[in-house]
Design a protein around this ligand. Structure first.
Ligand SMILES: Nc1nc2c(c(=O)[nH]1)N[C@H]1C(S)=C(S)[C@@H](COP(=O)(O)O)O[C@H]1N2
Ligand SMILES: [Mo]
Length: 409
């Protein structure tokens, strides 16, 4: 089932179901397709809601490979993104349906002392850890970059937060033992290129991050097996770091003693050195650039979209989410007067330092007219969202303070 944005807006306007599919458009989803005005015109007109097997209708940016973002309304405000609403990001189109019975994980590499092969039962027999963590694509909000940069033109929804359960990567690496010269751990999944000109999607992480007690090989998401499109039967969870390292359908893990040279490390997913306050991936750093690592502090209003109608003379309760790389959110502030004055928002439940932190803020009664509303988060290290976009060639780390218009009538 595919619903075009134009169709949705028409149907929602008429309060009707789409005649062709018989699918009644929930108002929240119609609102969600009111994509940010900064997105390229072509994309805004073409964006469609489309349901992958096992998923709710999400915003489809491409089908081969599947790139689907979560509508803002489905991100909700309780800090957990449901599995059927979680965004989907792939680089390659050959995504096998992995059979849990025959799936094997190979562990070794020239930086390891031995090799091992685990099946799913072996992995599940190991001590299990559960951690709630945000998975956000490096390119989340790329579509808001001005001037526009090439890549998947994501809006706000290339992110989600779930309870991930699995074995520690550290315990799996201990089965083979690392040589003291090992510097990176190389992660590869079952998916591959359909045409050989696209390089296979393989990532590496520094040994210290691989050995971090929060780094998992997860087989459960929010208490259920991983959905196929989120990495069944097992994926890497690298709390604090952007989604690119969270390799899905993981099949091989290799320790290496030299910097890993694949395309997805050396060419893609890089940021200029010294532009962002994030950890340096030292073994991969050149004079000019370095792999993206940690997420930057950020927040999003999820209860209202830009241009939402509210009742004149009434207070408006804004709900949303804030997150960072794992220092934890210290405060969220909101303004309903275009940034002239800021007041603290109320922080919601704390699901752990790597999770979405819900917040709420009630505006003063808003007289009839347009109101500029903003929120900004600060983490426990004192890092703040930026007010001006930090340009970088691949359009990463967009954490500009969000402003939206509410129309009180
Ligand atoms: N096997 C595999 N794993 C992958 C990718 C991929 O293309 N193939 N993309 C990565 C990127 S860039 C992101 S942002 C996350 C997205 O996770 P999700 O699809 O579960 O939301 O998966 C990561 N893991
Ligand atoms: Mo990504």
């Amino acid at each position: 089932m595919t619903i075009t944005r134009r169709g949705v807006l028409k149907a929602a306007g008429a309060g009707a179901a789409l005649a062709s599919s018989g699918y009644a458009i929930p108002k929240a989803l119609a609102d969600a397709l009111n994509l940010p005005a900064a997105l390229p015109d072509g994309l805004r007109a073409e964006a469609v809601l489309d349901a992958l097997p096992g998923k709710k209708p999400l915003i489809k940016l491409s089908y081969r490979p599947p790139n689907y973002e979560t509508p803002i309304a489905l991100l909700g405000s309780d800090g957990i993104t449901p599995n059927d609403a979680f965004f989907v990001r792939y680089h390659l189109s050959d995504i096998p349906e992995v059979d849990a019975k025959t799936w094997k994980l190979k562990v070794g590499g020239e930086g390891a002392n031995s090799t091992a092969e685990l099946d799913l039962a072996d992995l599940k027999r190991m001590p299990a850890t559960e951690i709630t963590a945000v998975n956000q694509c490096s390119g989340n909000r790329r579509g808001l970059f001005a001037p526009h940069v090439a890549g998947v033109e994501w809006g706000y929804g290339a992110m989600g937060c779930a309870r991930w359960r699995g074995a520690r990567l550290k315990d799996v690496l201990n089965k083979v033992g690392l040589k003291k010269e090992a510097i990176e751990i190389v992660l590869d999944g079952a998916d591959g290129p359909i045409v050989q000109k696209t390089p296979d999607f393989v990532k590496s992480v520094p040994v210290h991050k691989a050995l971090d007690e929060n780094t998992l090989i997860a087989y459960e998401m929010n208490g259920a097996p991983l959905p196929h499109f989120n990495g069944f039967p097992a994926r890497i969870i690298l709390p604090g770091w952007t989604g690119t390292y969270w390799v899905k359908h993981i099949t091989s893990i290799n320790a290496v003693t030299k910097p890993f040279g694949g395309f997805w490390m050396k060419v893609a997913y890089r940021i200029p050195v010294n532009k962002f306050p994030t950890e340096l991936f030292t073994t991969q750093t050149t004079d000019v650039n370095t792999p993206i690592t940690e997420m930057v502090v950020n927040s999003l209003i999820t209860s209202h979209v830009d241009g939402a109608q509210v009742k004149a003379g009434s207070a408006v309760m804004l709900l949303g989410l804030a997150w960072d790389a794992g220092d934890g959110i210290a405060k969220v502030e909101a303004s309903s007067d275009g940034g002239a004055s800021w007041k603290p928002a109320t922080l919601g439940r704390d699901l752990g330092r790597f999770a979405f932190r819900p917040f709420s803020f009630t505006t003063p009664p808003l007289p009839a007219g347009a109101h500029k509303v903003s929120v900004r988060a600060e983490n426990k290290k004192g890092q703040k969202q930026v007010t001006g976009l930090i340009l970088n060639p691949a359009g990463y780390h967009h954490n500009v303070v969000q402003t939206l218009m509410l129309n009180a009538a």
